[in-house]
Design a protein around this ligand. Structure first.
Ligand code: FE2
Ligand code: FE2
Length: 358
């Protein structure tokens, strides 16, 4: 963990400004990277693809999309209790994660300006999209009388240093998993309009196309760097990042099952659909994908989620910190053990699949 920005002293929150939820291993992270290496990436192998993606980004298909139409102009006080709490938490997490993308892309664009003009402009346009997404979510939070002070969040959040290679793997996955999360909710609500309790979900179809494009840009970046897919190390890293993203997803979706309930979605089913689809998509960029059809794959992830829920229960309970820690340790060990066993499940070699198709 590296702090690149000064920590400001905590102030009393202003009225209507929500204190961001506590950072945990599962909350969206803010990243910083090695900008020098990023500026020197040789993009020649994917230059055509990246130039085409830049044209798409310039076209800005969604410039009129993020408008709060009349559907938003009403009181939302009828959404109360657990549904309200769970929805606000969903909005907050999504807002932080979009905003984290904005900060990283903006910084990359700034640092690469004049050195890698193609990437600098692409990152600037991606930052434009993520700023829109984060702003739209924050306004939605405002409908529930809370919002995030993003300027303060920028200054007080912990920034994690990731080498540019890790950034490429993780941002690729978070864009693609973001795409699937948005589109699956959208399609479900198309079929079950009675569960559409707030108009933001109607925006998800075009919204997820932004994430899909961002993912495609990162795919081109990944494929431009042979060390990210051609080597045995790349295979091990790919497995690692796929599993970390899927495990985080499973754990957070089950922590927030009541939100999915309010949409008429079953958390476990939603989670599996997102993981399966993201894994398939990632297979087009990564040298391996995980074997989600292995009989132990989802049961083990589910077990991790169960342990995680027990940990949260212990955290909420009263009692001395040390006692809580002692109660949590075997559960943490069980999660780590199951993740290790998941990691060891033989993955699917997507490069070999590509060869066969050719
Ligand atoms: Fe976004
Ligand atoms: Fe994105």
């Amino acid at each position: 963990m590296v702090n690149t920005l000064p920590q400001s002293t905590p102030k009393q929150p202003k009225a209507g400004i929500k204190e961001p939820s506590q950072e945990t291993i599962l909350t969206p992270r803010f990243y910083t990277t090695d900008f020098e290496t990023a500026a020197n990436l040789d993009l020649s192998a994917q230059e055509t693809e990246l130039t085409a993606m830049l044209e798409e980004m310039r076209a800005d298909y969604n410039r009129h999309h993020f408008v709060r139409d009349e559907a938003f102009e009403q009181s939302w006080e009828h959404i109360g209790g657990e549904s309200r709490r769970a929805f606000i938490e969903y909005l907050e997490r999504s807002c932080i994660s979009e905003f984290s993308g904005f900060l990283l892309f903006k910084e990359l664009s700034r640092k690469l300006k004049g050195r890698s003009p193609l990437l600098a402009e692409i990152f600037q346009l991606m930052a434009r999209d993520e700023a829109r997404h984060a702003g739209f979510l924050n306004k939605a939070m405002g409908d529930f009388k809370v919002s995030l002070d993003l300027a303060t969040v920028t200054k007080t959040r912990t920034y994690t240093f990731f080498p540019i290679e890790w950034v490429i793997y993780t941002v690729y996955l978070s864009e693609k998993i973001g795409y699937w999360r948005y589109i699956i909710i959208y399609r479900h609500l198309q079929k079950h309009p009675e569960n559409q309790f707030y108009p933001i979900f109607r925006k998800f179809e075009s919204w997820c196309q932004d994430e899909n494009r961002h993912g495609d840009i990162f795919k081109a970046l990944l494929r431009s760097q042979p060390q990210l897919w051609k080597t045995w190390k790349a295979r091990l890293w790919s497995r690692f990042f796929l599993l970390s993203v899927f495990a985080t997803h499973t754990l957070t979706v089950h922590e927030r099952a009541s939100f999915y309930d309010s949409l008429g979605l079953e958390a476990t089913e939603f989670d599996r659909q997102v993981v399966r689809n993201t894994n398939e998509t990632a297979g087009r960029a990564f040298p391996v994908m995980l074997n989600t059809e292995h009989p132990k794959f989802f049961p083990r992830l589910q077990r991790c989620s169960g342990y995680n829920l027990k940990i949260s229960e212990i955290e909420r309970s009263s009692g001395p910190k040390l006692v809580k820690l002692i109660r949590k340790l075997p559960l943490i060990a069980a999660i780590v053990w199951n993740l290790l066993l998941l990691y060891l499940i033989e993955p699917i070699d997507t490069e070999a699949l590509r060869e066969t198709v050719r």
